[in-house]
Design a protein around this ligand. Structure first.
Ligand code: NAP
Length: 250
Protein backbone atom coordinates (compact mmCIF):
# COMPACT_ATOMS: atom_id res chain seq x y z
CA UNK A 1 0.00 0.00 0.00
CA UNK A 2 1.48 3.43 -0.97
CA UNK A 3 2.67 5.59 1.93
CA UNK A 4 0.45 8.63 1.32
CA UNK A 5 -3.04 9.17 -0.05
CA UNK A 6 -3.96 12.15 -2.21
CA UNK A 7 -7.42 13.50 -3.08
CA UNK A 8 -7.30 15.54 -6.29
CA UNK A 9 -10.41 17.35 -7.53
CA UNK A 10 -11.15 18.03 -11.19
CA UNK A 11 -8.66 15.24 -11.89
CA UNK A 12 -10.28 13.62 -14.93
CA UNK A 13 -8.40 15.93 -17.31
CA UNK A 14 -6.06 18.89 -17.69
CA UNK A 15 -3.97 20.09 -14.75
CA UNK A 16 -5.81 17.83 -12.29
CA UNK A 17 -5.14 14.67 -14.32
CA UNK A 18 -1.44 15.56 -14.66
CA UNK A 19 -1.26 16.24 -10.92
CA UNK A 20 -2.96 12.96 -10.01
CA UNK A 21 -0.56 11.05 -12.29
CA UNK A 22 2.48 12.87 -10.88
CA UNK A 23 1.45 12.26 -7.25
CA UNK A 24 0.94 8.57 -8.10
CA UNK A 25 4.49 8.48 -9.55
CA UNK A 26 5.68 10.03 -6.28
CA UNK A 27 4.16 7.09 -4.39
CA UNK A 28 0.72 8.38 -3.41
CA UNK A 29 -2.46 6.35 -3.69
CA UNK A 30 -4.78 8.79 -5.47
CA UNK A 31 -8.49 9.50 -5.36
CA UNK A 32 -9.29 10.93 -8.79
CA UNK A 33 -12.31 13.11 -8.08
CA UNK A 34 -14.38 14.72 -10.82
CA UNK A 35 -17.90 15.84 -11.67
CA UNK A 36 -18.18 13.09 -14.29
CA UNK A 37 -17.89 9.69 -12.54
CA UNK A 38 -17.08 7.80 -15.77
CA UNK A 39 -14.27 10.22 -16.63
CA UNK A 40 -12.93 9.92 -13.06
CA UNK A 41 -12.88 6.12 -13.24
CA UNK A 42 -11.22 6.26 -16.68
CA UNK A 43 -8.46 8.58 -15.45
CA UNK A 44 -7.91 6.41 -12.35
CA UNK A 45 -7.67 3.37 -14.64
CA UNK A 46 -4.81 5.02 -16.56
CA UNK A 47 -2.89 5.54 -13.31
CA UNK A 48 -3.46 1.91 -12.30
CA UNK A 49 -2.39 0.72 -15.76
CA UNK A 50 0.86 2.70 -15.34
CA UNK A 51 1.58 0.85 -12.08
CA UNK A 52 0.07 3.33 -9.61
CA UNK A 53 -2.84 3.01 -7.19
CA UNK A 54 -5.96 5.06 -7.85
CA UNK A 55 -9.73 5.07 -7.51
CA UNK A 56 -12.16 7.26 -9.46
CA UNK A 57 -14.93 9.08 -7.61
CA UNK A 58 -17.76 11.14 -9.09
CA UNK A 59 -18.34 14.23 -6.95
CA UNK A 60 -19.55 17.80 -7.38
CA UNK A 61 -17.16 19.74 -5.13
CA UNK A 62 -19.79 22.40 -4.50
CA UNK A 63 -22.14 19.85 -2.87
CA UNK A 64 -21.53 19.34 0.85
CA UNK A 65 -22.91 15.79 1.06
CA UNK A 66 -21.09 14.61 -2.06
CA UNK A 67 -17.79 16.02 -0.77
CA UNK A 68 -18.19 14.43 2.66
CA UNK A 69 -19.06 11.08 1.03
CA UNK A 70 -16.09 11.27 -1.39
CA UNK A 71 -13.64 11.99 1.43
CA UNK A 72 -15.14 9.17 3.56
CA UNK A 73 -14.85 6.74 0.64
CA UNK A 74 -11.22 7.75 0.04
CA UNK A 75 -10.30 7.05 3.65
CA UNK A 76 -12.28 3.78 3.64
CA UNK A 77 -10.79 2.48 0.36
CA UNK A 78 -7.25 3.91 0.47
CA UNK A 79 -6.64 4.05 4.23
CA UNK A 80 -5.97 7.75 4.88
CA UNK A 81 -6.01 11.26 3.44
CA UNK A 82 -2.66 13.05 3.51
CA UNK A 83 -2.73 15.39 0.51
CA UNK A 84 -5.66 17.44 -0.79
CA UNK A 85 -5.38 19.24 -4.12
CA UNK A 86 -8.28 21.65 -4.72
CA UNK A 87 -8.10 21.96 -8.50
CA UNK A 88 -11.65 21.61 -9.90
CA UNK A 89 -12.70 24.66 -11.86
CA UNK A 90 -15.06 26.19 -14.39
CA UNK A 91 -15.20 29.42 -16.35
CA UNK A 92 -18.27 31.60 -17.01
CA UNK A 93 -16.51 34.63 -18.49
CA UNK A 94 -18.46 37.78 -19.28
CA UNK A 95 -18.15 41.54 -18.85
CA UNK A 96 -19.85 42.69 -15.65
CA UNK A 97 -22.88 44.23 -17.37
CA UNK A 98 -23.59 40.91 -19.12
CA UNK A 99 -22.68 38.60 -16.22
CA UNK A 100 -25.69 36.70 -14.87
CA UNK A 101 -26.16 35.82 -11.22
CA UNK A 102 -25.84 32.19 -12.30
CA UNK A 103 -22.44 32.92 -13.94
CA UNK A 104 -21.29 34.49 -10.67
CA UNK A 105 -22.71 31.81 -8.36
CA UNK A 106 -21.45 28.85 -10.42
CA UNK A 107 -17.84 30.05 -10.49
CA UNK A 108 -17.78 31.02 -6.81
CA UNK A 109 -19.44 27.70 -5.89
CA UNK A 110 -16.98 25.44 -7.71
CA UNK A 111 -13.73 27.26 -6.91
CA UNK A 112 -14.28 28.82 -3.51
CA UNK A 113 -17.10 26.87 -1.85
CA UNK A 114 -15.57 23.69 -3.33
CA UNK A 115 -12.14 24.42 -1.82
CA UNK A 116 -13.80 25.26 1.51
CA UNK A 117 -15.91 22.07 1.58
CA UNK A 118 -13.06 19.76 0.54
CA UNK A 119 -10.61 21.37 2.99
CA UNK A 120 -13.11 21.16 5.84
CA UNK A 121 -13.83 17.48 5.14
CA UNK A 122 -10.14 16.57 4.67
CA UNK A 123 -8.80 18.41 7.72
CA UNK A 124 -10.69 16.11 10.10
CA UNK A 125 -8.47 13.23 9.02
CA UNK A 126 -5.33 15.36 8.77
CA UNK A 127 -5.82 16.85 12.25
CA UNK A 128 -6.34 13.34 13.62
CA UNK A 129 -3.02 12.29 12.00
CA UNK A 130 -1.29 15.58 12.98
CA UNK A 131 -0.03 15.77 9.40
CA UNK A 132 -1.20 16.83 5.95
CA UNK A 133 -0.75 19.13 2.97
CA UNK A 134 -3.40 21.10 1.11
CA UNK A 135 -2.61 22.70 -2.24
CA UNK A 136 -5.19 25.11 -3.62
CA UNK A 137 -5.40 26.42 -7.18
CA UNK A 138 -5.44 30.17 -7.62
CA UNK A 139 -4.57 31.91 -10.92
CA UNK A 140 -2.83 34.98 -12.31
CA UNK A 141 -6.43 36.16 -12.81
CA UNK A 142 -6.55 36.76 -9.03
CA UNK A 143 -4.75 40.01 -9.85
CA UNK A 144 -7.70 41.08 -12.01
CA UNK A 145 -8.69 40.16 -15.55
CA UNK A 146 -11.20 41.81 -17.88
CA UNK A 147 -14.28 39.61 -18.38
CA UNK A 148 -13.55 37.48 -15.31
CA UNK A 149 -15.05 39.36 -12.32
CA UNK A 150 -16.40 36.05 -10.96
CA UNK A 151 -13.25 34.01 -11.60
CA UNK A 152 -10.83 36.73 -10.43
CA UNK A 153 -12.81 37.16 -7.20
CA UNK A 154 -12.84 33.40 -6.61
CA UNK A 155 -9.12 33.03 -7.34
CA UNK A 156 -8.23 35.99 -5.08
CA UNK A 157 -10.50 34.45 -2.44
CA UNK A 158 -8.50 31.22 -2.72
CA UNK A 159 -5.38 33.15 -1.70
CA UNK A 160 -7.10 34.48 1.45
CA UNK A 161 -8.46 31.02 2.22
CA UNK A 162 -4.95 29.60 1.81
CA UNK A 163 -3.32 32.00 4.25
CA UNK A 164 -6.12 31.61 6.79
CA UNK A 165 -6.15 27.81 6.71
CA UNK A 166 -2.34 27.85 7.02
CA UNK A 167 -2.75 29.80 10.28
CA UNK A 168 -5.52 27.59 11.64
CA UNK A 169 -4.11 24.21 10.63
CA UNK A 170 -0.36 24.83 11.05
CA UNK A 171 -0.39 23.90 14.75
CA UNK A 172 -1.69 20.46 13.69
CA UNK A 173 1.20 19.86 11.27
CA UNK A 174 -0.89 20.69 8.21
CA UNK A 175 0.59 22.96 5.53
CA UNK A 176 -1.65 24.93 3.17
CA UNK A 177 -0.32 26.55 0.00
CA UNK A 178 -1.59 27.59 -3.41
CA UNK A 179 -0.30 27.46 -6.93
CA UNK A 180 -1.31 30.31 -9.27
CA UNK A 181 -0.95 29.17 -12.88
CA UNK A 182 -0.57 31.48 -15.84
CA UNK A 183 -1.72 30.31 -19.28
CA UNK A 184 -1.71 26.50 -19.37
CA UNK A 185 -2.65 24.56 -22.52
CA UNK A 186 -5.78 22.61 -21.46
CA UNK A 187 -9.39 22.26 -22.58
CA UNK A 188 -10.19 25.29 -20.39
CA UNK A 189 -7.92 27.61 -22.42
CA UNK A 190 -9.00 25.90 -25.67
CA UNK A 191 -12.59 26.88 -24.81
CA UNK A 192 -11.42 30.46 -24.16
CA UNK A 193 -9.77 30.51 -27.60
CA UNK A 194 -12.99 29.31 -29.19
CA UNK A 195 -14.97 32.09 -27.46
CA UNK A 196 -12.44 34.59 -28.89
CA UNK A 197 -12.85 33.13 -32.40
CA UNK A 198 -9.29 31.71 -32.41
CA UNK A 199 -7.91 28.20 -32.62
CA UNK A 200 -6.30 26.85 -29.45
CA UNK A 201 -2.92 26.86 -31.24
CA UNK A 202 -3.26 30.51 -32.34
CA UNK A 203 -4.11 31.70 -28.81
CA UNK A 204 -1.19 29.68 -27.42
CA UNK A 205 1.19 31.22 -29.98
CA UNK A 206 -0.02 34.78 -29.24
CA UNK A 207 0.30 34.21 -25.49
CA UNK A 208 3.77 32.69 -25.86
CA UNK A 209 4.94 35.84 -27.70
CA UNK A 210 4.13 38.05 -24.68
CA UNK A 211 5.43 35.62 -22.05
CA UNK A 212 9.04 36.14 -20.88
CA UNK A 213 9.80 32.41 -21.19
CA UNK A 214 8.29 32.53 -24.72
CA UNK A 215 6.00 29.55 -24.25
CA UNK A 216 2.73 28.68 -22.57
CA UNK A 217 2.59 26.25 -19.66
CA UNK A 218 1.75 22.57 -19.72
CA UNK A 219 -0.29 20.67 -17.11
CA UNK A 220 2.98 18.99 -16.06
CA UNK A 221 4.50 22.43 -15.25
CA UNK A 222 1.80 22.86 -12.61
CA UNK A 223 1.81 19.23 -11.46
CA UNK A 224 5.55 19.50 -10.73
CA UNK A 225 5.01 22.48 -8.42
CA UNK A 226 1.98 20.93 -6.71
CA UNK A 227 4.04 17.78 -6.10
CA UNK A 228 6.76 19.90 -4.47
CA UNK A 229 4.29 21.80 -2.27
CA UNK A 230 2.68 18.48 -1.25
CA UNK A 231 6.02 16.87 -0.45
CA UNK A 232 8.21 16.89 2.65
CA UNK A 233 10.70 19.02 0.68
CA UNK A 234 8.27 21.89 1.31
CA UNK A 235 8.07 20.98 5.01
CA UNK A 236 8.57 24.60 6.23
CA UNK A 237 6.49 26.25 3.49
CA UNK A 238 2.94 27.27 4.34
CA UNK A 239 0.49 30.07 3.54
CA UNK A 240 2.19 30.79 0.21
CA UNK A 241 0.82 31.36 -3.26
CA UNK A 242 3.39 30.42 -5.88
CA UNK A 243 2.88 31.92 -9.34
CA UNK A 244 3.78 29.49 -12.12
CA UNK A 245 3.33 31.68 -15.17
CA UNK A 246 6.50 31.82 -17.25
CA UNK A 247 7.04 35.33 -15.88
CA UNK A 248 3.84 36.83 -17.25
CA UNK A 249 1.25 38.53 -15.06
CA UNK A 250 -1.93 39.74 -16.75
P1 NAP B 1 -10.19 21.85 -17.24
O1 NAP B 1 -9.37 21.20 -18.29
O2 NAP B 1 -11.45 22.53 -17.63
O3 NAP B 1 -10.49 20.74 -16.10
C1 NAP B 1 -11.28 21.07 -14.99
C2 NAP B 1 -11.85 19.81 -14.42
O4 NAP B 1 -12.65 20.18 -13.28
C3 NAP B 1 -12.77 19.07 -15.39
O5 NAP B 1 -12.48 17.69 -15.39
C4 NAP B 1 -14.15 19.36 -14.82
O6 NAP B 1 -15.09 18.33 -15.01
C5 NAP B 1 -13.86 19.45 -13.35
N1 NAP B 1 -14.94 20.11 -12.62
C6 NAP B 1 -15.66 21.19 -13.00
N2 NAP B 1 -16.60 21.47 -12.10
C7 NAP B 1 -16.49 20.54 -11.12
C8 NAP B 1 -17.19 20.30 -9.92
N3 NAP B 1 -18.23 21.06 -9.55
N4 NAP B 1 -16.83 19.25 -9.16
C9 NAP B 1 -15.81 18.44 -9.54
N5 NAP B 1 -15.10 18.62 -10.66
C10 NAP B 1 -15.44 19.66 -11.46
O7 NAP B 1 -9.36 22.94 -16.42
P2 NAP B 1 -7.76 23.13 -16.20
O8 NAP B 1 -7.28 24.09 -17.21
O9 NAP B 1 -7.11 21.81 -16.02
O10 NAP B 1 -7.80 23.93 -14.81
C11 NAP B 1 -7.63 23.29 -13.55
C12 NAP B 1 -7.57 24.35 -12.47
O11 NAP B 1 -6.52 25.27 -12.76
C13 NAP B 1 -8.84 25.19 -12.36
O12 NAP B 1 -9.08 25.53 -11.00
C14 NAP B 1 -8.49 26.44 -13.14
O13 NAP B 1 -9.25 27.54 -12.74
C15 NAP B 1 -7.02 26.60 -12.77
N6 NAP B 1 -6.25 27.39 -13.72
C16 NAP B 1 -6.12 27.01 -15.02
C17 NAP B 1 -5.39 27.81 -15.89
C18 NAP B 1 -5.21 27.45 -17.33
O14 NAP B 1 -4.61 28.27 -18.07
N7 NAP B 1 -5.66 26.30 -17.80
C19 NAP B 1 -4.80 29.00 -15.41
C20 NAP B 1 -4.96 29.35 -14.07
C21 NAP B 1 -5.68 28.54 -13.23
P3 NAP B 1 -16.11 18.34 -16.28
O15 NAP B 1 -15.25 18.14 -17.47
O16 NAP B 1 -17.03 17.19 -16.03
O17 NAP B 1 -16.77 19.68 -16.26
Amino acid sequence: MPARTAFVTGAARGIGAATAARLAEDGCAVAVVDLDPDAAVLAAGKINAAGGTAIGIGCDVSDETQVDDAVARTVADLGSLDVLVNNAGVLRDNLLFKMSVDDWDTVLAVHLRGAFLCSRAAQKHMVHNRSGAIVNTSSVSALGNRGQANYAAAKAGIQGLTRTLAMELGPFGIRVNAVAPGFIATEMTAATAERMGLSAEDLQAKTAEITPLRRVGTPADIANVVAFLASDDAGFVTGQTLYVDGGRRL
